[in-house]
Design a protein around this ligand. Structure first.
Ligand SMILES: *Cc1c(COP(=O)(O)O)cnc(C)c1O
Length: 352
């Protein structure tokens, strides 16, 4: 049986959270002398002298409409990276608990574990880049608090089988975090629809990819009100700045434009994949459900350096297990993609 109570660290259970001025008074008033702000204003605009809404209620309401998830099940972090860190700090006892990751995958799960002194166990993906359920089951013990699943996965670009993720959700009594940073570029259904079904589910999404707002630093966690209650206790009171909240609200009104960009990126991804398939020395173009392509190419490191000499930076993943001789390439603009393909052709010609 899943018991959230058993997962929470004792010090967090006992914690009296910081009570901000905005928490202690949130009614109507004209004169705010309760938060030691600069009452005269700021050099920028009159709003920025005030602390922002610690609960980001307006942004959550807008997200709720777009994502069709109740506001009480939405948490906003300073990037997904803050959500990841908060999950460790809330649920994992340093030096005692462990988590499981499925490499090759997003690097922050492990870095954040190391920062928090939490043991990382690894159940590498199978050769087809799918979950190794047997290995996962063998690794989990009474101190395993979180299993990290990234789907579509970075850097392999594929979605993980939904049934496999459901198997993990059904059979593991810790938290299962499904990181959907790239979900908008896939045809997969989001696991946010399954929050009623699984009390141990946390879904991560972000404004950094499809929404085109990596500079804003805004990540989303969807989970039960109980899980989010814990994250809200642990988070810094004003973790999302006023400008970020205002800009996110504006962006959320432009969902049509965002959907257009997603369609365009997916079209260009498919076109680029086809071109890659015809480039000699590219041995494999992995299927992608994301806004990047993973390709296997002879002498990947040399290709990487050659592209760099042309002013084109891709991600060299050739030293990553299961990604030997692989480059991860983000879909660019039409012109950038053309430049990249031309450079690759030049590389191939230089070989003969
Ligand atoms: C890019 C990415 C994120 C986004 O992190 P932010 O902190 O929100 O920018 C999260 N997860 C994965 C797997 C990613 O590739």
């Amino acid at each position: 049986m899943f018991s959230l109570d058993k997962l929470i660290r004792d010090n967090i259970k006992k914690l009296t959270p910081y009570s901000s001025a905005r928490d202690e008074f949130s009614g109507e008033a004209n004169v705010f002398l309760d938060a030691n702000e600069n009452s005269l204003g700021s050099p920028l605009s009159k709003w920025y002298n005030r602390y922002p809404d610690p609960h980001q209620q307006k942004v959550k309401e807008a997200v709720s409409k777009v994502k069709n998830v109740n506001t009480e099940r939405i948490f906003l972090g300073n990037g997904s990276d803050e959500c990841i860190d908060l999950l460790y700090r809330s649920f994992c006892n340093p030096g005692k608990d462990n988590v499981i990751i499925c490499p090759p995958t997003y690097g922050m799960y492990e870095v954040s574990a190391n920062i928090n002194d939490v043991e990382v166990r690894k159940a590498p993906l199978l050769d087809n880049f799918q979950l190794d359920l047997v290995h996962l089951e063998n690794l989990a013990d009474a101190n395993t608090k979180i299993i990290w699943i990234c789907s579509p996965n970075n850097p392999t670009a594929n979605s993980l089988n939904r049934q496999d993720i459901e198997t993990v959700l059904n059979n593991f009594n810790g938290l299962v975090v499904v990181d959907e940073a790239y979900i908008n570029f896939s045809k997969q259904q989001s696991f946010t629809r399954e929050l009623d079904e699984y009390p141990n589910l946390v879904v991560l999404q972000t404004f950094s990819k499809a929404w085109g707002l990596a500079g804003l630093r805004l990540g989303l966690a969807f989970a039960s009100t109980e899980i989010l209650g814990v994250l809200n206790k642990v988070k810094p009171p004003y973790n999302i700045s006023q400008p970020t909240q205002e800009l996110a609200l504006k962006a959320l009104e432009e969902i049509g434009q965002v959907n257009d960009m997603i369609r365009e990126i997916v079209d260009m991804r498919e076109a680029l994949a086809e071109v890659f398939q015809r480039v000699p020395t590219i041995e494999k173009v992995y299927p992608s459900d994301a806004n990047f392509l993973l390709i296997k190419i002879a002498n990947a490191r040399q290709v990487y350096n050659f592209l760099l000499s042309k002013g084109i930076v891709v991600r060299d993943r050739s030293s990553v297990k299961l990604c030997e001789d692989c480059l991860r390439i983000t879909v660019g603009t039409e012109q950038e993609n053309t430049e990249l393909v031309d450079a690759l052709k030049e590389w191939v010609e230089s070989l003969t």
